[in-house]
Design a protein around this ligand. Sequence first.
Ligand SMILES: [Zn+2]
Length: 203
Amino acid sequence: MALRKLREGNARFAANARGTGTLITAAGRAKLTATQEPIAIVLGCSDSRVPVELVFNQGPGDLFVIRVAGNIVAPSLIGSVEFAAERFGTRLVVVLGHSSCGAIAATIEELHRPTSNHSVNLRAIVDRILPGVEKIVARHESQGAQAVEHAAMTANVCASVDQLRHGSAVIESLIASDGLLVTGAWYSLETGRVEFLEETLPA
Ligand SMILES: [Zn+2]
């Protein structure tokens, strides 16, 4: 249901046919002062070209959004997912990567030309992406820069999905016994479309 809403919302966005769901009335705003029931938790990249609510054509109260460069998973981000899943009963988590991601490009660059120039803080992001993409980058090397970047981006989404699924006892238990789905997707800057990664969806 929530997944369908995201797919339909993105189809509206990509077709440039905005739904009225994103318009909020004073009554709608008043309702949200008391409570929230987001349909999905989205861990996306901070990239200015991937505004999560717009991309899924959703409005205030619809999505619990966490954004960090490279949609990486670190303790505070896991904590944010735990909080929303437990507090609001949201049962869908989407890790959203995207084409032309600067964090992925920086990581590939680091694999080719290791440098000590990064600040420790930027380093912390690249270091979280590296292990999940290293082998993939080597395997796709002969296919050109764009193929390498795409393969690394999707591998990084899968790695984040995996870390969310197994990096928290709370999330693990919600998946096992309470119907929580953690899945991955990527947004194409070129088409405006979000594609869900089949390998991260249940069979
Ligand atoms: Zn990015």
